[in-house]
Write a protein that binds this ligand. Structure first.
Ligand code: PMP
Length: 460
């Protein structure tokens, strides 16, 4: 391993932890489920420990620690804003508990403004960027092609069809299923040309490459951006919504309560300005401190370099998977294009959930399997018919169709990919026997009990 890879590997917590295999052996865990959540950076944990003695209420007290906590929390908005090149004057940075809450908040604000306009979401969205719109506004889908790539032609057709009625195009920066990165600046251009705005779901985008919201006067400006700290090495529950301050200065907030107002009487409510208006209750100062430490660490490592590093790993895994008979990759058409560090596949003759179990129980490798909260997208990739979906709906006890996903963080390496490919090749050679064996273990609750015995704590 070269020095840079070693540095990246040592930047996160828990890489040497051993987990039990079905054989009774304990083996160093390999985490290929970083698209779900990433382990914390050491720098994040250090920040949490260093800040803890000074932690106090935000915006509520005149005590020294409270002032210090409030300063940290407010200054964090500038760091976030600079990280994604937002406009500090015209945009507001609202802290949420994640991408999901951020999109729900935005959907509420937009629906309050005008329910008659349309929000175009794409067929490749995570449900976090589908369901809030379905319930808040009139929404319609922009289609993807058979390989899962977004159709810009269909986007333009829909923008024309709605004759200026489209309020927002809600699109993911990168798919959590195929890893495709969408041409967000071209989409922004199109949206603006037809009088709409653009929201980019940055949950799988912001952690992997440099992001630039571009100036407000640019046709390629990203109007709204959301992302989650726990997918960028900073657990503790913070998320971000950035967007035009004007929208958030109007009307009541999504969540109402303490901290959102200047004055309340029995007769009136005088709302505070955003972001305070949009952050009801006690702010998550620890979560925000963690996010800022993670951003600073990522900046030191350089987002461009990290993108290239993850790309090498992804290309290596794709090449290896393609050489295993019976493995089918999804999202292959995007190989020549920009993509983030994840790969989805199916293994002929083995249910996706069994592949995930085999990797974990036999190889200590954590992956994700299923529909990845992007049900319509995975259904389309798998070419499931309406009848097949109806069957799934009516037979909830039967295993659902789905994919297996491996997703890399900056600390993963080719040695881990080799270990993964070895098990995959072995699994395919013994697929019938293994599928039968693992079919008896129906869900995680059946994880052999003795394997779940707590691991002995090490001396601090
Ligand atoms: N959008 C995408 C593309 C995602 O991958 C996820 C998380 N899997 C979300 C939104 C939701 O993020 P969170 O659970 O942090 O709210």
């Amino acid at each position: 391993m070269d020095t840079f890879s070693m540095l990246l590997r040592n930047s996160v917590v828990g890489i040497e932890e051993k987990v039990p295999l079905v054989s009774g052996e304990r083996r160093t865990a390999i985490n290929f489920d970083n698209a779900a959540t990433t382990p914390p950076f050491h720098s994040v944990m250090r920040e949490i420990r260093n800040f803890a003695p000074w932690y106090s209420s935000v915006h509520r007290g005149a005590g020294y620690k409270s002032v210090l906590s409030s300063n940290l929390y407010e200054k964090a908005r500038d760091t976030v804003s600079e990280f994604v090149k937002a406009d500090a004057q015209r945009d507001v940075v609202i802290f949420t508990k994640g991408t999901t809450e951020a999109i729900n908040l935005l959907a509420y604000k937009i629906s309050q403004q005008d329910r008659s306009r349309v929000v175009l979401v794409t067929e490749m969205e995570h449900l976090a960027n589908v369901l809030p719109w379905r319930f808040a506004c009139q929404s319609d889908f922009v289609s993807v092609d058979a390989s899962g790539r977004l159709s810009l032609e269909d986007l333009e057709t829909k923008l024309v069809k709605y004759k200026g009625k489209v309020r927002l195009v809600a699109v993911t920066g990168a798919s959590n299923v195929t890893g495709y990165m969408n041409p967000v600046y071209r989409i922004a251009r199109l949206a603006h040309q037809y009088g709409a705005e653009i929201l980019v779901d940055g949950a799988q985008w912001v952690p992997h490459c440099p992001v630039d919201m571009r100036p407000h006067q640019s046709k390629e400006h990203i109007d709204y951006l959301v992302f989650s700290a726990h997918k960028m090495y900073a657990p503790f529950g913070a998320g971000v919504l950035i967007g035009h301050k004007d929208l958030f200065q109007q009307g009541p907030p999504f969540c109402k309560g303490g901290g959102t107002v200047n004055l309340v009487t029995h007769e009136l409510v005088d709302w505070d300005d955003s972001p305070q208006r949009d952050e009801a209750g006690s702010p998550n100062v620890m979560g925000v401190a963690a996010l800022i430490a993670a951003i600073e660490t990522l900046q030191c490592m350089n987002m461009n370099t990290l993108y290239e590093h993850e790309k090498q790993l992804t290309d290596y895994a794709i090449k290896g998977l393609k050489s295993v008979p019976g493995i089918k990759l999804y999202g292959e058409a995007g190989l020549a294009e920009k993509r983030v560090s994840l790969v989805s596949f199916t293994a002929e003759g083995i249910h996706h959930s069994n592949v995930a179990k085999i990797l974990s129980y036999e190889g200590a490798i954590a992956v994700r399997s299923g529909l990845f909260c992007a049900h319509p997208y995975v259904q389309k990739l798998l070419c499931l018919s309406k009848e097949e979906l109806q069957y799934c709906h009516e037979h909830p006890d039967e295993p659902l169709p789905g994919l297996v996903r491996i997703s890399f963080g900056i600390y993963n390496n080719c040695r881990e990919v080799d270990a993964f490919l070895e098990i995959i090749a072995w699994m395919m050679r013994h697929r019938r026997k293994l599928d039968e064996k693992y079919r008896c273990i129906e869900n995680d609750a059946d994880y052999p009990r003795w394997l779940l015995k707590p691991v002995k704590k090490r001396a601090p």
